[in-house]
Design a protein around this ligand. Sequence first.
Ligand code: TPP
Length: 256
Amino acid sequence: MATPKQLEQMANKLRIHSLKMTTAAGSGHATSCMSCAEILSCLFFSELQKEDEFILSKGHAAPILWASYAEAGLISISSLDKLRQINSNLEGHPTASNPLIKIATGSLGQGLSAGIGMALAKKLLDSKGRVYVLIGDGETAEGSVWEAANSAAYYKLNNLCAIIDVNRLGQSQETMHGHHIEEYKRKFEAFGWNVLVSDGHDANSILDSLAKAKKNNKPTAIIAKTTKGKGVSFLENKEGWHGVALNPQALEKALR
Ligand SMILES: Cc1ncc(C[n+]2csc(CCOP(=O)(O)OP(=O)(O)O)c2C)c(N)n1
């Protein structure tokens, strides 16, 4: 079992992969990957079990999903350089052209509905598996997220866990609620969910929330406070970097 410190070190490895991959591709969403690095490292290298499912609803963060698969040994590290190439199944957004992906994401607001379908199926099949869905904070402006939230509580999907990556920023400006975590808490509670608040860059805090989620009889939303571009000072919490790949000189500086 990886320690919280090891999970945080893994998060930095995932950040480095995401930065290098997007620079090699000449496009992609590096800063969106960096905010959710600890969340992915805790899920992939501590939490997820064989029967579980993970949906990256904020599909534009695909590079860090591919990086997690590579570090988990499911695809090769060397394949990461092929991100977004025409002959690679490591697309800019996940699709089922990659055999590890069950649901295409990237059109924001879809992942939680898909997660509900999977969570219901697991109940019908008496599976012990759980379903985890990572959602962007800007993404929660999509009405479909709340339609899904409503039915998850109705079906008492205690095997469903949504994690909201509250990095304050959307595509071009601050999101509706910025870093006001309590707004997300209030909304998910109103929809009948168990809500936990986490420091999204602290592995201990994330692991603690994931453990508590498993003991609750409602669907759980973990509201994770994060920083977009986390790990590189000139990217952290800055506007103007959404969907931007670093040029080779900026990459050098970021890696240093
Ligand atoms: C339905 C839909 N509308 C618009 C977009 C374009 N788009 C891609 S990423 C993004 C911003 C997402 O912000 P957020 O959910 O906060 O994610 P972050 O990158 O900050 O983690 C937008 C609007 C999209 N992918 N899908």
